[in-house]
Design a protein around this ligand. Structure first.
Ligand code: PLP
Length: 364
């Protein structure tokens, strides 16, 4: 056996939403409600861009992804040098911890939240300070109090995975203002497109005021390109230039770059799909609540159903028997919003809490 870094002892294996191979999923005709993907196939215009880019794959992609960065800069009204790309936004998360965290420094994040923050922190040899959610929401005051001289990064998942809850604009401002300017605040807005703009305040609005802010977005969710792996961050130019130094060179493929640009071009069509998902989400929340399930208000493309361990195990098994994959997460089960038909299947499979063992846990 090789000798490995001591820090590896604290690094958990990645647990995918969908277990088993992709071929299994196709062969078994699974209803995939475990990974918060888009239920819609790629748009014809995006497929055409993918086919066009495929003819050049004997060449490396544009290392700077300039065309896509210019389009994103336009979209968000920022300078092109403020945009960094990654092989999924997950790569930009890694860049953030890589540039900021020394071994033995600290990274603050809520719990439960996107588990990759903990993994990336452990990989860097840094320590995670988990701040428990309160009533499935970020505890802004406790997050601010958890920041010490050793803290290098604060992750804020907004809307939060797995609970779907979002900070109000005022809460976000309070948190960002409470963190010292030498500490990087990463606001992960992977699900922001599904949030109600009247209630949800994007951290993009705060960029000009805080040079320690990094806002993450992805093409994997609302844009439906999870299989192509492209995400991005928006930050102050100095932070962005540091992140660039930590990137995987050529980490975003030419096909992903072309598909992302075509997806920005298809903005109105994709916005209509997002609106459909939001309508379905609200319908599902009403139906599930009517059946007796407890669901925090979700601003994302998934719902989090509070359950105790035994109940969650039984619920996931029951869904699996109907060939529906859902995601177990601490204190409950997370279900992605699929098509109307898929969601109907989920409702039938899940039934009501009275049909399942009732051990409701207090977390999160
Ligand atoms: C909160 C959050 N951030 C980031 C990601 C990763 O997205 P990407 O596919 O862009 O790497 C996910 C994926 O599920 C997520 O839930």
């Amino acid at each position: 056996m090789i000798r490995v870094r001591t820090a590896m002892e604290a690094v958990p294996a990645y647990v995918a939403g969908r277990q088993g191979s992709f071929a299994d999923a196709v062969n078994q005709d699974l209803t995939q409600l475990a990974s918060n993907e888009s239920p819609f196939p790629p748009l014809p215009s995006v497929l055409a861009a993918i086919a066009g880019a495929a003819t050049d794959v004997n060449r490396y992609p544009d290392i700077d992804g300039l065309l896509l960065r210019a389009r994103l800069a336009d979209l968000h009204g920022v300078d092109v040098d403020q945009i960094v790309l990654g092989c999924g936004s997950i790569e930009v998360c890694r860049q953030a911890v890589t540039i900021a965290a020394d071994p033995d420094s600290e990274v603050v994040h809520a719990w439960p939240t996107f588990p990759e923050y903990a993994t990336i922190t452990a990989l860097a040899g840094a320590r995670a300070r988990r701040v428990p959610l309160v009533e499935a929401r970020h505890d802004v005051e406790a997050m601010a109090e958890a920041v010490t001289e050793q803290t290098r990064v604060v992750f804020v998942c907004n809307p939060n995975n797995p609970t779907g809850t979002a900070l109000t604009r005022a809460e976000l401002v309070t948190l960002v203002e409470a963190v010292p300017s030498w500490c990087l605040v990463v606001v992960d807005e992977a699900y922001a497109d599904f949030a109600d703009p009247r209630e949800f305040g994007s951290a993009l609005e705060l960029l000009g005021l805080h040079q320690n802010l990094l806002v993450l977005r992805t093409f994997s969710k609302a844009y439906g390109l999870a299989g192509l792996r492209v995400g991005y961050g928006v930050a102050d130019v100095e932070v962005a230039s540091l992140l660039l130094r930590a990137r995987i060179p050529f980490g975003v493929s030419s096909i992903a770059l072309a598909a992302a640009v075509a997806s920005i071009d298809a903005g109105p069509e994709l916005a209509a799909r997002v609106a459909t998902v939001r309508t379905e989400r609200d319908r599902m929340a009403t139906q599930l609540t009517g059946l007796g399930w407890e669901i925090p208000s979700s601003q994302a493309n998934f719902l989090w159903i509070a359950m105790g361990e035994a109940q969650a195990t039984a619920a996931a098994r029951r869904c699996a028997e109907s060939r529906i994959v859902v995601r177990r997460s601490p204190g409950g089960v997370r279900v992605t919003i699929g098509t109307e038909e898929e969601n109907g299947r989920l409702l039938d499979a899940l039934g009501s809490p009275a049909d399942l063992p009732s051990t409701r846990s207090a977390a999160p």
